[in-house]
Each structure stands twice: as C-alpha cells, then as structure tokens.
Design a protein around this ligand. Structure first.
Ligand code: SF4
Length: 240
C-alpha cells in the first residue's frame, strides 16, 4: 500500500504568505513538550469509534460538547445507521431524538446527514484519506480533517482545536492565534511522525491539567520550561 501523504501545511510549500517569526526557543520547547507528553498520555482520541466513518460522524457531533456526551449516544446511532448510505437516508426527526443529549442537536443532525450524503455522492460512501477531499464534506474543516487523518488513517496531521491553540500559545510554540498559522509553525519545528500524537496529547493535557480558567501548573509536567507557568520558578527551573 502506498504511503499516505502527510496533511500539514508545511511552511516550505511555495503557496501561502510567509510565516511569522517563531518565538525564541520554540523548537527546544516543542521537543521537550512532545517528549514529556508522550510519557504521560497515549495518542488517542476519547471519541469511541470503530472505523473512519464513525470517527467522522462522532467528531462532527463533538462540537460544543464533551466526548463523553457523544460516546453516550453514538452506540445506538451507529447501530441504527451503520453506513454513510444508511445515515444519508435517515429521518432527521429520529436522528435528532437520538443525539439530543449532545446539544445543538438540530444543527448537528443536519450536518451529519449532509456529510453522509456527500460521502455517498462523491466517494461512494467511503471516507477519503486525504485532506483535500475531506474538507469538501460539509461540517469538516482542517481541524476535524486532521483528527480523522491522524486517528483514522495514521496520516500525520496536526489538528488545532481550542486546547491546542491555547496550549501552543502558553508554551510559546507559536506566535499566532490563527489555527492555520499555528499548524504551519508547529509542523515546521516538530518531526512529522510526532504531529498527530502531539496534537492528541495537547488536547488531553488541556482537559486534565492545563485547564483554561484554572491551570494546575503545580502538577504540570511541562512546568519546568513553560513560559506561562503560574507557579514560582524553582531554582532548577529551565529557562528556554
Ligand atoms: S505550566 Fe501551567 S500554563 Fe504551562 S502548560 Fe502547564 S498548566 Fe499550562
């Protein structure tokens, strides 16, 4: 099987404006970050799924809610609609009832049925394994596409969700708040084989330790070199 192409918008590509300058020390902090996080977290998504189709639908439904809430409804949803063709032909009222606990259930019902119809129309019901085709599906942006590629197909990709955006800024691995620029900057200083794992682990770290309003810096394995740590620097603290 030919090797699938990595999805990151690498800065060496000729298209697109030049990247802003990286913060000083970003490369060294990025290496420490992916090394430390690798020791603490598996490279997994917490969304339960059995195949790329289930992952795609679960990822769309995970907007504005927790993975746990999505995992509560997907077993019955996928039991009733196991394929894209099944979900494409579903009665929206039934789907709305099934996924109601995830919130925004009317909009999500429209999105998952529309994505399923497009999957059938364009790709014979099969989830594509490249970013250019994935972003043609309604409800799929680069973030979701990178998750599907990384987790569903093992194609390296750096998904920038709200946690990744926040943590890459706190750790000063990027000088941008724009998800596309963050993706390009981080991919330029992290080896390709680390992209997917780093993104998934930053999400887990953001949920468990570096929580938006109350980061647990005293428990954080990145505290030693994190420029945004709220705890007092210890004598051994590394400055990068
Ligand atoms: S030290 Fe604090 S701010 Fe820095 S990554 Fe850890 S929890 Fe977040």
């Amino acid at each position: 099987m030919p090797r699938l192409r990595a999805s990151c918008l690498a800065p060496r590509r000729k298209k697109g404006p030049p990247l802003p300058r990286l913060p000083p020390g970003a490369r060294a902090r990025a290496k420490l970050t992916y090394e430390r996080l690798k020791e603490a977290y598996p490279a997994v998504t917490e969304l339960a799924h059995k195949d790329p189709f289930q992952l795609l639908i679960a990822t769309i439904m995970s907007a504005q809610t927790t993975d746990r809430a999505v995992n509560l409804v997907t077993p019955e949803l996928f039991r009733r609609y196991p394929t894209a063709a099944d979900l494409a032909a579903a009665d929206p009222a039934v789907v709305e009832t099934l996924i109601k606990p995830t919130g925004f259930f009317r909009a999500k019902t429209r999105s998952i049925i529309a994505a399923s119809r497009k999957l059938v129309e364009l790709f014979d019901g099969t989830v594509p394994n490249n970013i250019d085709d994935l972003v043609k599906l309604p409800g799929i942006g680069r973030k979701t596409a990178n998750v599907i590629l990384g987790v569903g197909f093992e194609v390296p990709g750096f998904a920038v969700d709200t946690h990744v955006k926040r943590l890459t800024n706190l750790l000063r691995l990027t000088s941008s708040k724009d998800p596309v620029k963050i993706e390009r900057q981080v991919c330029s200083i992290v080896p390709e084989e680390e992209w997917t794992g780093l993104s998934l682990r930053l999400i887990l770290h953001g949920r468990r330790i570096c929580i938006a309003r109350r980061p647990k810096c005293e428990e954080c394995i990145l505290n030693e070199f994190c420029p945004s740590s709220r705890t007092r620097p210890k004598p051994t603290r590394r400055r990068i």
